[in-house]
Design a protein around this ligand. Structure first.
Ligand code: NAP
Length: 287
């Protein structure tokens, strides 16, 4: 079971193939543009001239291309479906939860053992213990390919047989990250407007990230258990902070788009009568 096929040799797919070659796997590769395979062939990869031949070479195939449309274009041919029948296919292209469901249905119709995955790391981070690949779908496919996935990332949680879970979790993670980015860019303007260093602040955030994680964990439990009474941080109290963002932006004459967005959301929660509830109650207006 030390054979693996990689379809798609963009910056991520080529990284995956390179890591598996280093771990001693026999790696068969296919890419639309052959030139991208050349460095890997020098390192011992076998180049297959067709997708079906590439898939026939291994029990487990990983596809990592731009998106699910490209994946469908590559896989949905009679020869490829025949080659994949009875084998494991791991989808590591990024997609939506519905695309994962559609791919699983297609796989089931073609007797393919399907695992959906979402990579939450850059090519440079792959292979590290902190790199994460979320997976969901066929448990049998996960068990058969765990040894391969663990060479690609130290953290490979299997989120269950609900095939959309990997994609939803990846998007949830990215939503959290992008929300933090937006807050951070406004933070940088606050600091710049007072002549302070942005990089010192970045180092501080890295130091306190564990504490920030605990706060998010607390709010997640509040939402999951729907217990908004006896608040640690009430909506009223948080609104005072949001109003301070507005005051500071006006005083320093800096862009206020981020505080305005937050203020509008908090106003709606207050108008709905949730001022004395825990911060997590903000989800009620989003619902
Ligand atoms: P990339 O460098 O842009 O490579 C795209 C790959 O898709 C190439 O192999 C390309 O083939 C292939 N492709 C696109 N359309 C195709 C089609 N119609 N038919 C055949 N092949 C097609 O992208 P990447 O960075 O490797 O990303 C691959 C996946 O990993 C994406 O879904 C991305 O979201 C995910 N991901 C990437 C990162 C990252 O930082 N790079 C991080 C997490 C997740 P050609 O070489 O022939 O053009």
């Amino acid at each position: 079971m030390n054979n693996v096929t990689i379809i798609g040799l963009g910056s991520m797919g080529a990284t995956l193939a390179g890591l598996l070659l280093k771990k001693g796997y026999q790696v068969t590769v296919w890419n639309r543009s052959i030139a991208k395979a050349e460095p890997l062939i020098k390192d011992g990869a076998i180049f297959a001239t067709s997708v079906a031949t590439a898939i026939s070479a291994s029990e487990v195939s990983i596809i990592c291309v731009s998106d699910y449309e490209a994946s469908t274009h590559i896989l949905n041919t009679q020869e490829v479906k025949q080659a994949l029948s009875g084998r494991v296919l791991i989808q590591l292209s990024t997609g939506s939860p519905q695309q994962a469901r559609d791919h699983e249905l297609w796989a089931q119709e073609n007797q393919v053992n399907y695992l959906d995955g979402a990579i939450a790391a850059s090519p440079l981070q792959m292979g590290n213990s902190e790199a994460t690949i979320f997976t969901s779908g066929s448990l049998k496919a996960y068990q058969q390919s765990e040894h391969i996935l663990k060479c690609l990332a130290g953290n490979v949680p299997y989120l269950g047989e609900q095939v959309s879970a990997a994609s939803s979790t990846d998007l949830a993670f990215l939503s959290y990250l992008f929300g933090s980015y937006l807050g951070f860019f406004h933070a940088a303007r606050i600091l710049e407007s007072d002549g302070l260093r942005v990089d010192d602040f970045g180092a501080l955030i890295a130091q306190v990230s564990q504490v920030v994680g605990e706060v998010i964990k607390y709010e997640s439990q509040v939402i999951q258990t729907e217990t908004y009474d006896n608040p640690q941080s009430s909506i009223n109290m948080c609104m005072t902070t949001v109003e301070l963002f507005m005051v500071q932006a006006q005083e320093a004459n800096i862009n206020n788009e981020f505080p305005v967005f937050a203020q509008q959301l908090f106003k709606r929660v207050l108008e709905a009568g949730f001022g004395n509830e825990e911060l997590g109650a903000l989800i009620k207006v989003l619902r």
